[in-house]
Unconditional design. Structure first.
Length: 182
């Protein structure tokens, strides 16, 4: 069984291939042009491992938090592959993926130039909802674990336990709400 991990939530574009739960290959590209690079990197990843998209049976996608364009690229590719190939689609936020390093217990954040996007986990559950703290917020740095990398093996194991998501129901998690949502 081959699985594909897609993360376009921030400056790094990360794609990984799994074979039977083990990381087969991983590609990372530092770029602000995910819309131009993601499909090319995916093609390179598959070709270098003598695979076609038809060989995939699982998609794991990070749905944010991130910028509109970055998050949307990963979401759209995951939706299309899942729908067209009729394969499982699993989704988690980058904060959730980071929290796996701590057994989903703690407060985790991703910084940007204006503040921190935060998620609080307790007993493996998200407390309330994700929220954003601006730089002038007094709680800005109180015990928040920031910008950690994720363990792709833990992500795979965790994703397998999650319910699959319909490509129609997969929702992005943006740092800033777009005007249409407000």
């Amino acid at each position: 069984m081959y699985g594909l991990y897609i993360d376009t939530h921030y400056k790094e574009l990360v794609l990984a291939l799994y074979k039977d739960g083990n990381i087969l290959d991983k590609r990372v590209l530092n770029s602000n042009k995910h819309s131009e690079n993601t499909l090319n990197l995916l093609n390179l990843l598959l070709n270098s491992n003598n695979l076609k998209v038809d060989d995939l049976s699982l998609i794991i996608v990070i749905n944010g938090p991130g910028s509109f364009t970055g998050v949307r690229i990963g979401i759209v590719i995951a939706k299309i592959l899942s729908y067209a190939l009729n394969i499982q689609l699993k989704c988690l936020s980058y904060l959730e993926a980071m929290a796996l390093n701590y057994n989903l217990d703690g407060v985790f954040g991703i910084t940007d130039k204006n503040g921190i996007f935060v998620g609080e986990f307790k007993d493996s559950l998200l407390i309330n909802d994700y929220y954003y703290l601006t730089k002038d917020n007094e709680n800005l740095n109180k015990n928040i674990i920031l910008d950690e990398s994720v363990d792709l093996s833990k992500v795979y194991d965790y994703a397998l336990k999650k319910e699959s998501v319909s490509p129609y129901e997969l929702k992005p998690l943006y740092v800033k709400k777009i005007e249409v949502e407000e």
